[in-house]
Ligand binder design. Structure first.
Ligand code: GDP
Ligand code: CA
Length: 305
């Protein structure tokens, strides 16, 4: 079965890793690049790197992002020099950004560079950015519009978000390999990624709705909400400030036009009648992925639905 996954960072990486462990062949992971930005002249793609490191089993298992055993010597020295330190890059992590920046500078596409990184990491699957041109996510806070990393890292996602914009998405088509993978897929899985910050940027790409309508695969999403909380990150506060129920019903309302089935946590079974009223079928199971076997089990549910 040909499987395509839409993923953001940590939630996307965890489920993709489970899928990769049980279904390594014919797997394509399509990753949000709305968080991408430039720092110190380097091109940084946080979600692609989280997915890459997780699939390669290089990730720091405690924080869920970054490389295990990484150090901060460069960041410390940069602080001594009075450089910008609000976004700390690990020493090992820097190698990825150096590689990517150099290859992009030579004219390679982000798709090509990502393929090279995945190959060097020994991965068998196809890892794809959602598109090749920058489509930066912008967020409107009470104080005005800010860049994604300004909200997420510098302000530690503490401010209520009033509006999200995916700048340039309507003029940027998904990459040709993304189109091919989705068109050929026999199952499309939407990882438990933040709908506003990881999935909407992908849906907003030029021509994406038409592409999606033409995909014959069943579309199965895993909810990133467990009860009234996100496993990590600002999703609960985004649902609240953007006027949705703060639970998997809110996720279902956001995704209803994009999915056939929503996998939700066992403890949220009481939401099923309201979710099914949105025209989305449901499957209940444990959705917290703590261990590799949790990831594999949830991946299997997503394939078996
Ligand atoms: P980010 O780019 O790192 O913010 O990552 P994503 O958008 O992929 O994922 C963020 C979402 O992943 C959060 O809303 C979390 O609730 C969700 N998430 C992370 N780990 C898990 C998990 O083990 N189970 C479920 N169901 N959701 C998870
Ligand atoms: Ca992200």
């Amino acid at each position: 079965m040909k499987v395509a996954v839409l993923a953001g960072g940590v939630g996307g990486a965890r489920l993709s890793h489970g899928l990769y462990r049980i279904h390594p062949r014919d797997l394509t992971v399509i990753v949000n690049t709305g968080d991408d930005f430039q720092l110190h002249g380097l091109s940084i793609s946080p979600d692609l790197d989280t997915v890459l490191y997780t699939l390669a089993e290089w990730a720091d298992s405690v924080q869920g992002w970054g490389l295990s055993g990484d150090t901060r010597r460069c960041a410390e020295q940069l602080a001594r020099l009075g450089g910008e330190t609000w976004f700390q890059l690990g020493d090992l992590d820097l190698a990825t950004h150096l590689y990517r920046t150099q290859r992009l500078g030579q004219g390679a596409t982000l798709t090509k560079v990502t393929e090279e990184l995945a190959r060097s990491a020994g991965l068998q699957l196809r890892l794809l950015p959602m598109c090749d041109a920058p489509v930066p996510t912008k967020l409107r806070l009470a104080s005005g519009w800010v860049d994604f990393q300004d909200y997420f890292v510098r302000r530690q996602h503490a401010d209520p978000v009033l509006e999200c914009r995916y700048q340039g998405a309507d003029q940027t088509p998904p990459g040709p390999e993304v189109v091919k993978a989705l068109t050929e897929a026999e199952r499309i899985v939407l990882a438990p990624s933040n709908p506003f910050l990881s999935l909407q940027p992908i849906f907003s790409l030029q021509g994406f709705a038409e592409l999606w309508a033409g995909c014959r695969a069943r579309k199965v999403a895993v909810s990133p909400m467990i009860g009234e909380a996100a496993v990590k990150g600002p999703l609960a506060s985004l649902l609240a400030s953007l006027g949705q129920p703060v639970n998997s019903l809110g996720v279902a309302r956001l995704l209803k036009d994009w999915i056939d089935v929503l996998i939700l946590d066992e403890g949220d079974a009481h939401l099923i009648p309201e979710i099914e009223k949105c025209g989305v079928r449901t499957v209940c199971t444990l959705t917290l992925m703590k261990t590799d076997s949790d990831r594999e089990r949830l991946a299997r549910v997503a394939l078996d639905v």
